[in-house]
Design a protein around this ligand. Structure first.
Ligand code: ARG
Length: 397
């Protein structure tokens, strides 16, 4: 092995990894950082990587690609793992895998390296993604094999080797953030009975800190893509970031759950995803207005499966690709406006309209102007119930 590409964040783990790889494997180390959340100082990060011993650092703002190629399909799929988690971290990993492979091929590297632990889902997502895209690449996961047992030992190592790790006290939580949400783990959160302390939250306000007055917003979709907020057009990344800020102010999009990891354990997870919560609800609502009953009901079954595939690291897989095509099939109908009320942690749908609406007030009304032909129902009901007539349910009387 001569050269490796490291998925580098600039944090303690990946900084130690760069140095450790050079010592242990005597390889040239190239770093790669993808920004899919906040965009920090590119130059500073590059310098940091070089100081740790990297020969080169690719620092790339991949938010637009993340939004269009990863978030949007998941939005169309209404993907929420176990009905809750909108999959922010799980969506980021295949993007990182893809670019690790791209850079490894460009650099003619022998291996890619990640800083995931041996206990999480992220190692699976990155490694399965990398192997699907280029099985010739080796994969190194230092956290599964190195000698450090604690954070303190890593800090010691960093100090000894003069690695530029920040002196500020690290968060007591493990955080992973991108524009689709943040995952918060570890520390006191591992006690499943304890309410997450206020300082665990990053993107959302506590309910008692939210404005007294509810806020009404309108999200407009064009062919499935959210394009306007309150009548003003935004690119997808900007719209998501805007909704994170507004939703966060109203405490929207907090999740506190026990989750079934792929590696078999249950973990306590805290998530914040204001934009995801608003956009998923709005998109689901618009589809309920414009799609027929069969499609709408069947899709719900597939959404569950899709979320599992993404969570389980199978982004680049035939079933996932086929399901993407299924969900994309009717998005052109998903054009219209959804009105929501943000209030004390809730995003409540209060109005919807679309030129493709299948809701007809004339058919639905119980008031004057009812166009529904009640006389037709007698025959319909009779025939619908025919197969069940006289079946053996007498004991239920
Ligand atoms: N449990 C979540 C998932 O598997 C969040 C993982 C957070 N990852 C992290 N490196 N902190 O998607």
């Amino acid at each position: 092995m001569k050269k490796v590409v490291v998925a580098y964040s600039g944090g303690l783990d990946t900084s130690c990894i760069v140095k450790w790889l050079k010592d242990k494997y005597s390889v040239e180390v190239v770093c790669f950082s993808a920004f899919i959340g906040e965009v920090p100082d590119k130059n500073a990060l590059k310098q940091k990587a070089i100081k740790c011993g990297a020969s080169k650092a690719y620092i790339e703002d991949l938010k637009p690609e993340f939004a269009h190629d990863f978030i949007l399909p998941a939005l169309w799929a209404h993907a929420r793992y176990e009905g809750k988690y909108p999959l922010a971290t799980a969506l980021g990993r295949p993007l990182i895998a893809k670019h690790l492979v791209r850079i490894a091929q460009l650099e003619k590297a022998d291996a890619v390296v990640h800083g995931c632990t041996g206990k999480g889902n992220d190692q699976v997502r990155i490694e399965v993604g990398v192997r699907t895209l280029d099985p010739s690449l080796k994969i190194i996961a230092p956290l599964r094999e190195w000698e450090f047992k604690t954070r303190e030992e890593e800090i010691e190592y960093a100090k000894k080797h003069n690695l530029p790790v920040s002196a500020t006290k690290a968060s007591p939580y493990s955080l992973d953030k991108n524009i689709w949400g943040i995952a918060i783990e570890a520390g006191v959160l591992e006690d499943a009975w304890k309410e997450p302390p206020q300082d665990a939250y990053v993107m959302t306000r506590a309910i008692d800190q939210t404005p007294k007055q509810a806020k009404y917003i309108e999200v407009e979709f064009d062919a499935g893509v959210p394009v306007k907020l309150n009548g003003t057009p935004y690119g997808l990344v900007d719209l998501i970031e805007k909704l994170n800020a507004i939703g966060g102010q109203y405490g929207v999009g907090r999740f506190d759950m026990i989750e079934n990891r792929l590696v078999g354990i249950k973990s306590r997870e805290v998530y914040e995803a204001p934009a995801a919560e608003i956009l998923l609800k709005a998109h689901e609502e618009l589809e309920s207005l414009v799609m027929d009953r069969d499609f709408y009901h069947y899709k719900r079954v597939l959404s569950e499966r899709y979320a599992e595939l993404v969570y389980f690291g199978l982004w680049f897989s035939p079933l996932k690709t086929a399901l993407d095509a299924f969900f994309a099939a009717h998005q052109k109908r998903v054009t219209g406006v959804i009105r929501l009320k943000l209030d004390k942690g809730h995003a409540v749908i209060v109005g919807r309209k679309s030129k493709y609406s299948l809701y007809h007030e004339k058919l639905a009304t119980y008031s004057k102007g009812d166009a529904f032909d009640h006389t037709q129902s007698a025959g319909f009901v009779k025939i619908w119930g025919l197969p069940y007539e006289g079946l053996d349910f007498k004991s239920k009387i």
